[in-house]
Every structure is written in C-alpha cells, then in structure tokens.
Design a protein around this ligand. Structure first.
Ligand SMILES: O=P(O)(O)OC[C@H]1O[C@](O)(CO)[C@@H](O)[C@@H]1O
Length: 448
C-alpha cells in the first residue's frame, strides 16, 4: 500500500522556495479552519469523515440494492446532474473496461446516465433504447427539485409504468435524496421507493463517498469498500498533525495558490489515460463551484493526452502564459501490449519493436512535460502507482481536502454555489413558472 505522490519539482522555475515557505502558514491555517469547523460554510463539512464513517451495515445495504437492481436489469439509468452523477461516472469510467458496454456475456447491467442535460434528442434516443430492455432507475437529487433530473425522471417513470404497469414499478426505482425535504423525497415516500439519504452536511460535489456515488459504483461491480479504504488512507495522510511536506493536499493547495497569485489563472488537469476523462469532469465541478466566486478563482480546465496534444497542444505550448498543468500519471498499466516487429518496416517503427505501448506513452508524458515547462507552463504531477479502487479513493479524497484548504486560502466559502441560481431564475421566468410572473414580464422585455 503506497501513498499517491505529488511532485512539484517542475514548478521550481515559477515559484520560489521563499514564497512556498511563506504560504505554508496560510495553508496550515486553512487546514486547521477546515478541521476545527470554524470557517465559512462549516455546516457542509460532513465529507471530511465520510471514508471512516460509512459503516459495514451501510456498505452491505448498498451492495444488496446493487445486486437486486443488477439481477433484474439489462440497463440501469442513473439520473442526476453535477455532483449527483459526476463522482459515480468518474469512478465507473476509470475502473471499467473501455469496451465493457459491448461485452454481451457481462453479468453486469449497462449503466447509462440521464438528467444531466435537457437535450430532447438524448431523451428520445434513451427512451427508444430502453423501451425494449429491462431497466431500473437510480434517481439522485440532493435538493430533490433540480429541473434536469426531475424532467428526466418524469419521462423514465412514464416509460416504466407503460412497460411494467402502474403500481408495478416501485422495485425498479431507488431514490437518493434529502432525508425529509424536496419533491423527490415526497414522491419516493408516497410511492414507496427504496431510498438512501444524502446527509445534510455533505454538498453535492463532495458526495461521491455517500450513496450518491457508492450505489451506482457498486452496481457497476466496483469494490466500494476498497474505494473507501483508499479515501480513509488519504484522510489520515492529510490531517493537520502531519508534516506539511508529507501532506499532499496541503502541498497542492499551496502551490496552486502561489501560481494563481503569479497570474496563472487557469489550471489544466491532464491525464495520459483517458479512462480518467470523467475524473477531470468531477474535478472541474469540485474546484469550479468551490472557488469561482467573488470575482476570484482558478479556472479549471482539462485535457486527455496524447489525444489533445493534437488539438490543444499548440495552445498550451505557445498561447497566453496564464496556465499551469496538473498531470495525473498512472505508473503501471493493468495490461501488457508489446509493439511487434514488422518485416517491411515501412512505417519505420521497428525501433520501437519489443517495447510496451506504455513506454511510448511515458516518453510522450516526459517529453511533453519538459516541452511545456520550456514553454512557460508550470507542471504539478500527481502519481498513482496503479489505477484501482484504492488509489482512486486516495485521489478523490486528496482533491477534496485540497479544495477545502485552497478555498480558505483564496478567502471564499468553498461550500456554496450561489452563482448557479442565476441561469435557473432566467430559465424559470422564460418558461413562465408559476410564481415567476414579475420576472417573466421583465425578462420578456429584454428579448424585444
Ligand atoms: O443534487 P441536486 O440538488 O439535484 O443538485 C445537483 C447539482 O446542482 C447544483 O446544485 C448546481 O445547480 C450542484 O451544486 C449540484 O451538484
């Protein structure tokens, strides 16, 4: 069992050691504020202890629900948006086979997502796919009132009733929502769905280690206990009593804030293993909603390398110098593929014969790192020995802890997201939602 490593050596030309020493106090203060619960948003700190507070009984219950849904479904639809689906998708994509959806012998249901957009064609195509399949639904909404998942769930519920009969569908739905509030809670109680609770003190983007993430992840056949073990390991490694340099979350929070103060206002999360694509999507919500407020915050962006070296590589190498990269590097791939020798060598690749594909990937990673540093892009590297439940659990908690600390160093409340309401208000006014009459009148005038 190793700890994931953070390597900041390639930020040395951009931040000085004195600056790093100077920011340490702010970071330690941020960490203590988080741990003592004395900072802004301190009623949303339940995520800090999740890895060690999810009990065996809860895990057993989640596994049973997962087995029940799996046994009765060819497809399970996970309905949710933002923190109510990104954590699950991040882990499921990272730890599932690239082509597992095409495996006809799989004992696991196919997991698809809904309620994360309002695209009519997506809705049509999903309903069309589901009409001839046995399917179940896990509907997730902390507030229980978010438009996108509520709309998707209404469509799915209607299809379930058509397929299985009104009054016959409650065993095909599991709702994950607030303990007592919200439309989804009311509906779930009325219809008798099995439910799981999202704790009051855990915000959506920090909820991957609650049933919000754990149930869909368990349905995908992933070991949720190992994921929690990894997170618990990182929980211990990131407490305030650990030496600063040994605490990866503290180091990461310190360096990214220093780079931000030096004008590096965009952070690009990079992977060289595209199963991590949705880990970056999860990370973007985590940091975007936590830090982007009061006209402050690092803009979180992401790329998949080497794929995006052929699209975004030019920009990163030579565009505006206000970016830095955080690279997630996986030391050892799960499988082995050797490059064959070719009789004719017309592609001139025989110099690679006998090498593993990963060796080429690693040289691309090292080469890119050096090129980007030469181009003025500081580089933080986060190293996972392997891509498995344990190390991914560590990574998730590492980023969450660093996010809380970083938000406090930035001076914002990392646990609210007031800005998200603005689009909703306009959308409701435009749709003529009851209660929005004044706003409807005002916004319609703006369209003339
Ligand atoms: O779980 P809910 O309440 O449907 O919210 C989903 C997402 O929407 C937001 O509240 C933003 O509108 C996110 O913070 C959250 O993750």
């Amino acid at each position: 069992m190793q700890k994931i490593k953070i390597d900041i050596t390639k930020t040395a030309g951009f931040i000085t050691d004195e600056a790093l020493q100077a920011i340490k106090k702010e970071v330690v203060d941020g960490l203590l504020t988080l741990e003592k619960g004395t900072g802004k948003g301190n009623d949303f700190l339940g995520w800090l202890d999740l890895p060690t507070s999810v009990g065996k009984d809860e895990i057993t219950k989640i596994r049973k629900s997962a087995e029940r849904l799996s046994a009765q479904s060819e497809i399970v639809v996970v309905v949710g948006i933002g923190g109510s689906y990104l954590g699950a998708k991040a882990v499921i994509d990272a730890l599932s086979g690239y082509f597992s959806a095409l495996n006809k012998d799989s004992k696991r249901p196919l997991i698809v997502y809904a309620g994360h957009n309002i695209c009519e064609d997506y809705s049509y195509e999903l309903l069309d796919l589901l009409k001839d399949k046995d399917f179940s639904v896990v509907v997730i909404s902390k507030s229980g009132t978010t438009t996108e998942p509520a709309l998707a769930f209404r469509l799915l519920k209607e299809l379930l009733e058509k397929k299985y009969g009104v009054g016959q569908i409650k065993d095909r739905i599991i709702a994950i929502t607030d303990e007592s509030k919200g439309a989804l809670r009311t509906l779930a109680d009325k219809e008798g769905y099995e439910t799981y609770v999202i704790p009051d003190n855990v915000g959506g983007r920090f909820s991957v280690l609650t049933p919000v993430g754990l149930l869909p992840i368990a349905i995908a056949g992933i070991d949720i206990e190992k994921l929690l073990e990894g997170a618990a390991f990182m929980q211990k490694e990131t407490t305030a009593d650990k030496a600063f340099d040994e605490n990866p979350s503290a180091v990461y929070a310190a360096v990214r804030n220093l780079l931000y103060r030096d004008g590096k206002t965009t952070e690009i999360l990079v992977n060289y293993h595209s199963k991590l694509h949705y880990v970056a999507e999860w990370w973007k919500q985590l940091y975007g909603e936590s830090e982007g407020k009061e006209n402050k915050g690092i803009f979180p962006a992401s790329v998949d390398f080497t794929t995006d070296l052929h699209s975004m590589g030019q920009w990163i190498q030579e565009g505006r110098r206000d970016i830095f990269e955080t690279v997630i590097s996986i030391e050892k791939p799960k499988y082995k593929v050797e490059i064959p020798s070719d009789r004719d060598n017309l592609d001139n690749l025989n110099y690679l014969a006998g090498k593993r594909v990963d060796e080429v990937n690693k040289m691309a990673e090292i080469g890119t790192r050096l090129a980007h540093i030469d181009g003025g892009v500081p580089n933080i590297r986060v190293v996972l020995p392997e891509l498995n439940e344990f190390y991914l659990g560590q990574l998730l908690y590492f980023f969450e802890k660093a996010c809380g600390i970083s938000g406090y160093v930035l001076g914002v409340n990392p646990f609210d997201q007031p800005g998200v309401e603005a689009y909703k208000k306009n959308m409701f006014a435009l749709l003529g939602k009851p209660g929005s009459e004044k706003e409807t009148e005002a916004i319609r005038k703006r369209l003339d």
